[in-house]
Design a protein around this ligand. Structure first.
Ligand SMILES: [Zn+2]
Length: 278
């Protein structure tokens, strides 16, 4: 039986300090290569093919190790793609995935059953690929996303319920806004709806690297950020623009760096697991 706890939403943006309790050790962030996407045409992202030269997108997964537990954030492409080379998704779009994130976690001595929390920025297929392996983790999801994903999701072609259907039985916390995962301010989910009904981003307060926000799909490209563009496959463009305003204000106030998760040029500069950021 799933146990669903309705969490009252709260706004941390203005009411809380952005810095965590300084007595608490920094969490550690591991970045995994969970696939690549190639688009010959990027107009579905709300950009012309002249506005960005980027056609390759990185698909990440992340593990956050905190003294009180582990959070897995975004679950990459489907594990069925692993080792298949370039797999056609639709004309002009391919995906590839070299090594399962479950094997990459295994390199760290981590099994999915060791993970306490799973949260996805949203439930689109390229963020949910390994989700079904995390049935023992507490699912942290906005109530609006849960409703979109678990009630007739078949109508939305970007949701692939087969990738996350096992999570329906997980212990689940339905969120209604921002959420401090471990209660010390160091790992915080920030609600940023619009791309999907319950899209969210992740704030991490890291000692050495500094404060960091993982974008989810608030932006897909750097040009999406500078030009404030929303994709065609978006639930609510106005809501997305409001979420961009919210997160940009948060970045300014907190001094956090933003990692656009799909930014392959950024990913090429990052140290992947077993290296970590703290
Ligand atoms: Zn995505």
């Amino acid at each position: 039986m799933s146990r669903v706890i309705l969490m009252l939403g709260f706004i941390v943006l203005t009411s809380c300090s952005t810095l965590r309790d300084s007595s608490s050790p920094s969490p550690a962030l591991y970045v995994f290569d969970c696939g690549k996407l190639y688009f010959s045409d990027v107009t579905s992202f709300g950009l012309t093919n002249q506005e960005t030269a980027v056609r390759d997108l990185f698909v990440p997964c992340y593990l956050i190790r905190h003294k009180d537990g582990m959070l897995f954030w975004d679950a990459g492409l489907s594990l069925d793609v692993v080792g298949q080379g370039d797999v056609a998704l639709q004309p002009g779009t391919t995906m590839s995935y070299d090594r399962s994130v479950l094997d990459q976690l295994g390199d760290l001595g981590v099994q999915p059953s060791d993970v306490d929390f799973i949260a996805l920025s949203h439930m689109h297929f390229d963020h949910a690929g390994a989700a079904n392996a995390f049935t023992g983790a507490t699912l942290l999801i906005q109530k609006t996303e849960y409703e979109a994903a678990f009630t007739p999701a078949d109508e939305n072609p970007i949701f692939d319920p087969s990738l996350y259907s096992e999570l329906a039985n997980n212990e689940t916390r339905l969120l209604n806004g921002d959420h401090d995962v471990f209660g010390d301010g160091s790992v915080r989910i920030l609600s940023a709806p619009g791309h999907t009904p319950g899209h969210q981003v992740l704030f991490l307060d890291l000692d050495d690297y500094g404060p960091l926000v993982l974008s989810g799909d608030l932006y897909h490209f750097r040009a999406s950020r500078t030009l404030r563009r929303t994709p065609e496959f978006n639930t609510d463009a106005m809501q997305t623009l409001k979420s961009m305003d919210k997160i940009e204000a948060f970045l300014k106030q907190s001094g956090a760096t933003l990692w656009i998760e799909h930014d392959k040029a950024l990913a090429d500069t990052l140290e992947l697991a077993p290296a970590f950021y703290k």
